[in-house]
Design a protein around this ligand. Structure first.
Ligand SMILES: NC(=O)c1ccc[n+]([C@@H]2O[C@H](COP(=O)([O-])OP(=O)(O)OC[C@H]3O[C@@H](n4cnc5c(N)ncnc54)[C@H](OP(=O)(O)O)[C@@H]3O)[C@@H](O)[C@H]2O)c1
Length: 265
């Protein structure tokens, strides 16, 4: 299924940026996406799981293109390192928002939205990037408590966070919400258990939200599958893989910049 005007699902991420752009537009060949140096100037963007892996690379990239990035994660130390790197590159001062998505309650998300409103008066982008992998094991061995933890981080958190932030996002001139999916979510595979099921749920959530905001021209909802990327999560899922065989997160950061900026329809 493809929705030509209101949201795009960014699949086939490994085919290269130009090809991926063609997938996104399906009928319109755009050529390579080449963000302007100030592509995200004056945009306020909240990124979950910003302390490591893809979230870290995307946070640095968004800040580099002029966005004020709200770095959300559970490790203050990691968030501070990203904060320092952003300041070092001369980008707009980011904000740090420590939150463990696993234990967060709806009140925490409401408080977060209030804090963003007080500090920045708006929110232009929300990237749901944080994820819990959980064990790769047959369903009949999967501990129900761990299943719940994976869903808490990968599904429940994006739902409650989006819900809390929607009023702010609707107040933006041109807002973007991006969910993160994975190939296991579109085609369930043995042993991928809660991770696969939660990624399928996240993608369905994106589709539901996108249709519900069909008539909200200033709000676009997308999801992105980064494809195999050299991160901690990947190394746990594929311990025998040579890390050099997969691309580093920095290589795909522009795809997220595209989806969080004005270019993506
Ligand atoms: N890497 C791949 O090949 C690949 C492929 C397809 C999709 N993805 C998706 O890409 C996204 C980013 O993953 P990644 O590969 O960059 O993995 P990663 O390096 O392990 O990053 C995951 C991030 O999520 C954060 N996180 C996990 N549990 C959290 C919690 N309870 N509260 C707050 N933050 C939490 C982690 O924080 P800590 O640093 O504190 O653990 C980390 O910053 C995920 O949605 C993943 O499913 C990745």
């Amino acid at each position: 299924m493809f929705y030509p005007t209101l949201f795009r699902r960014w699949h086939g991420a490994d085919a290269g940026l130009e090809q991926a752009m063609k997938n996104v537009q399906e009928t319109t060949v755009l050529g390579a996406y080449d963000p302007a140096p100030d592509e995200l100037r004056d945009r306020v963007i909240l990124i979950t799981g910003a302390g490591d892996g893809i979230g870290k690379a995307v946070s640095l990239a968004c800040a580099g293109y002029g966005a004020t990035v709200i770095l959300l994660g559970r490790s203050v130390k990691k968030l501070e390192a990203v904060y320092d790197a952003i300041i070092e590159q001369g980008a707009p001062q980011p904000a740090i928002y420590p939150l463990d998505l696993q234990g967060a309650t709806p009140e925490h998300y409401e408080q977060l939205a209030d804090n963003v409103a007080n500090e920045f008066q708006r929110l232009d982008g929300l990237l749901h990037n944080a994820a819990r992998l959980g064990p790769l094991t047959p369903m009949d061995h999967f501990e129900p408590e761990e299943w719940t933890r994976v869903f808490q981080v990968n599904v429940h958190a994006p739902f409650v966070l989006t819900r809390a932030c929607l009023p702010l996002l609707k107040g933006s001139k041109d807002a973007r919400v991006v969910f993160t999916t994975a190939e296991q979510g579109r085609s369930g595979r043995a042993f991928w258990g809660a991770y696969a099921a939660s990624k399928a749920a996240a993608e369905a959530m994106m589709e539901v939200l996108a249709e519900e905001h069909d008539s909200t021209p200033n709000l676009r909802i997308n999801s992105v599958d980064p494809g195999p990327t050299r991160t901690r999560l990947r190394s746990i899922a594929y311990p025998a893989e040579n890390p050099d065989a997969v691309k580093p997160p920095e290589d795909i950061a522009d795809r997220y910049v595209y989806l969080l900026g004005f270019s993506a329809g």
